[in-house]
Structure formats: C-alpha cells, structure tokens
Design a binder for this molecule. Structure first.
Ligand code: PMP
Length: 393
C-alpha cells in the first residue's frame, strides 16, 4: 500500500468502527411516500418531498414541454444571456415573496457558498448558529470572514458575540441562520434575531430550504409567516425540497442582486440550469401557492407523529415541524435502529457525525403531505417496538 492507500483504508476502517460508515443505496421512487429497496416496498421518511410535489403530473408535464427547448443550457448565464423563462421566473419569485429582486442559482449548496463568499470578506464578521447547514459553514470558510459561532438558538450568546465584534471595531457584520433546522426540525427565533440585527446594525441572511413551500400563507416561508421578511436582507431557499424539483433562489434588494451578478462565483462560473428544471420550478411555484390544503395535511400528520413519539417516551429534541428526529446519541444503536426499521418496511436514515455533533446521532423522520395515515400508524407501532427492544425508551 502506498501512503494514499494507507490513509484511505485507515479512515474508512476507523469510521466503520465508530458506526460512522455511509451506505449508498440503490432505490426506486426515492422521493415518493412508498419507495422500493431491494425489491421491497418501504414507507419513505427520508425524502424532503414535503408537499408530495416531486411526482406531480403537472410538474412532470411542464418539464416535458420545456425539454423541447433543449436538453441543457450549455453555458453560464453571463456568457450566453439567459432564457426568457428564467427572466420571468425571477420576476415571479420576487413578486411572490415581495422582495425587489431574485436570483436563481444551481442548488442550495452553491447558493450559500456563493452568497456568503461574495458578500463577506476578510475584514467582516459573521455570526452563525452552531447547527447551521454545512453549505453555510463552507461559504463562511471560503469568505475568510471572522466566524463567530453562537450556541444553537441562544440569543444571549449571539448578543455577547455581537458586542465582542463591536469592541474589535469590525464594521460590516452579518447574521446567518437556517429558519427550520435540517437535522433537528426546530425553528430559529427569527423575531428576536431581527431585534438584535437592528440593535447592532448587522445584515441578515436566512436559509429557508426546509421552510419554503411549507410555511407562510402561500408557502413563502417562515419569515413571511412571522411577518419579518422586510427585515431580511438576503432570503435564500431551495426548489429541491417542498417544491419537489431542483435549484435555489435568493431574494434581496435590487442592488444586492446586481452585486451577486458581478461577484457570486457559483453563479458566474457555472452553467445555467437546464430548461426542464426551469419549467418544472415555474409549475411547482403555482402548485405551492395554491397548496394550502397540502400544508394543512402536512402539519396535521407531523403534529400527530410528534405527539405519538413524545407520548411513547422518545426524545424528539425541539422539533415543531415536519422534520422529526428521534434522538438516540450512540451511533451504533442508531444504525441498528435504522436497519431494524428497514426490515419492518420503514425507511428512516441514521444521521450521525459529522452531519450532527458527536454523541447526538439520531433517526430523522421527514413527513410528507401525501403519506397515508395507515402507513404513519404502522410506522409508529414499529418505531415504538424497536425503541423498547433497543432500550431507547
Ligand atoms: N440549506 C439547508 C438548510 C439544507 O438542508 C440544504 C440541503 N439539505 C441546503 C441548504 C442545500 O440545498 P441543495 O440540496 O439544493 O443543494
């Protein structure tokens, strides 16, 4: 073995020993409420298809129509110009969310990395919730700004750090937070964060990846639901979850979006999204806007699922949304739990470090508006039985 092979082998072996090995599973119908794995039907609690739109015939038909314009965009938007559909989509997005302007980006990961590294530089400070998504952490790293990580949802800690940055004389500061946390299903105290933003004169970026389509009267997101969206300088979200398609957006004042056109490297140096994706997104937006019943269904099913788990004695952390963790702690027990669930016809992935902090391994259940009630109920029976067998409850 050469030194590369030794390093790779040792890393994989140590991850396996700690119960941190990852598996790529070949799956059919991966976004649907029932998926196929190894020839077996499983109830799917692992997809982010919260409103069930990923299989919607109108979205698929729209994608087929858009495919007539070509299979791919073939160049970056600044090089080739952009499709009229893209222009209309961005106008639609801005008016839907009542922001001045919008920019569509390839995906949420590239959006966060691009936005943060373009607005922040070496002389700036960024305040980031400790449980923010990895794409936020990577964007901050790339920016080289001074990184202040505040304890999850802890406003006292955030304020302490804001004061510290002020005494250091750092001029430009930005607070960044997920609105719904992807591994915990809890929500950020956005109103209080806005209060601190105003008190300390910072900018604010929120990531609505798991809230877009799900919260707000028409699915605009949590900031709208809490009526603080005017205070959000950069409002980012994805089309890959509740919208059931792919891609991401950022909403902001016109000049801020123009600034991104000039500086955001993950926008400038990459090929535009293909027409099929744009067509699908536009149709999905219409369905999200009209999707109040889907949001109500999702909320009822999520509430029931959470209540039943809590009654049975499980620790679901601070979840109040459609993302529901069953907190276990030990990595190997979590993995065993997930394997036993698969044997019982339920797909819920074991979430382990480095996705979550060490010692906080969990199963994560994501609910969908189109999960059948009987499937939810039978899943709960299996979860409780396995929980008792493994002495989690
Ligand atoms: N932000 C958050 C909070 C996320 O959970 C995710 C995806 N899991 C992303 C950004 C990245 O989005 P995408 O999958 O579109 O790259």
């Amino acid at each position: 073995m050469n030194s590369w092979e030794m390093m790779i082998h040792a890393k994989l072996a140590s991850m396996a020993e700690e119960g941190l090995q990852r598996e790529l599973r070949p799956i059919k119908d991966a976004s649907q409420p029932i998926l196929m794995y190894q020839g077996k039907e499983l109830v799917n609690f692992s997809s982010n298809n919260y409103l069930g739109l990923a299989g919607h015939p109108q979205i698929i038909a729209a994608q087929q129509r858009s495919a007539e314009q070509g299979a791919g965009a073939t160049a970056s938007r600044l090089i080739i110009g952009h499709d009229e559909e893209m222009e209309e989509l961005e106008e639609e997005l801005a008016s839907f969310h009542q922001h001045e302007a919008a920019l569509v980006l390839a995906n949420g990961y590239m959006a966060n990395v691009g936005i943060l590294s373009s607005f922040l530089g070496r002389h700036d400070a960024v305040f980031s919730d400790r449980l923010n998504h990895a794409s936020i952490v990577d964007g901050i790293r790339l920016s080289r700004a001074t990184h202040f990580r505040y304890r999850h949802g802890d406003l006292n800690h955030l304020e302490e750090l804001l004061k510290k940055a002020k005494t250091r004389g750092i001029k430009r500061q930005l607070i960044v937070t997920d609105s719904v946390f992807s591994m915990d299903g809890d929500i950020a105290p956005l109103r209080d964060i806005v209060f601190l933003k105003q008190k300390y004169g910072t900018a604010l970026l929120i990531d609505e990846a798991h809230a877009g389509g799900v919260f707000g009267k028409h699915g605009e997101g949590l900031a709208h639901e809490l009526q603080i969206s005017e205070q959000v300088d950069l409002h980012m979200g994805t089309f890959s979850k509740a919208y059931g398609v792919y891609g991401a957006y950022v909403l902001a004042r016109k000049e801020w979006i123009q600034y991104l056109h000039h500086t955001c490297r993950s926008f400038i140096y990459t090929t535009a999204l293909p027409p099929t994706v744009i067509g699908g997104i536009r149709q999905a937006i219409q369905l999200v806007k009209e999707g109040m019943n889907l949001r109500i269904d999702l909320s009822k099913k999520s509430q029931y699922f959470r209540d039943e788990l809590v009654k049975a004695g499980f620790d679901i952390g601070g979840s109040t949304t459609q993302i529901i963790p069953v907190c276990i702690g030990d990595e190997n027990t979590t993995l065993t739990f997930s394997r036993k669930l698969i044997e019982r016809g339920i797909m819920s992935v074991a979430i382990r470090p480095p996705t979550v902090p060490k010692g906080t391994a969990r199963l994560r259940f994501s609910l969908m508006a189109n999960h059948q009630w009987e499937n939810i109920q039978s899943a709960l029976v299996a979860i409780k039985e396995i929980g008792k067998e493994l002495e989690v409850i």
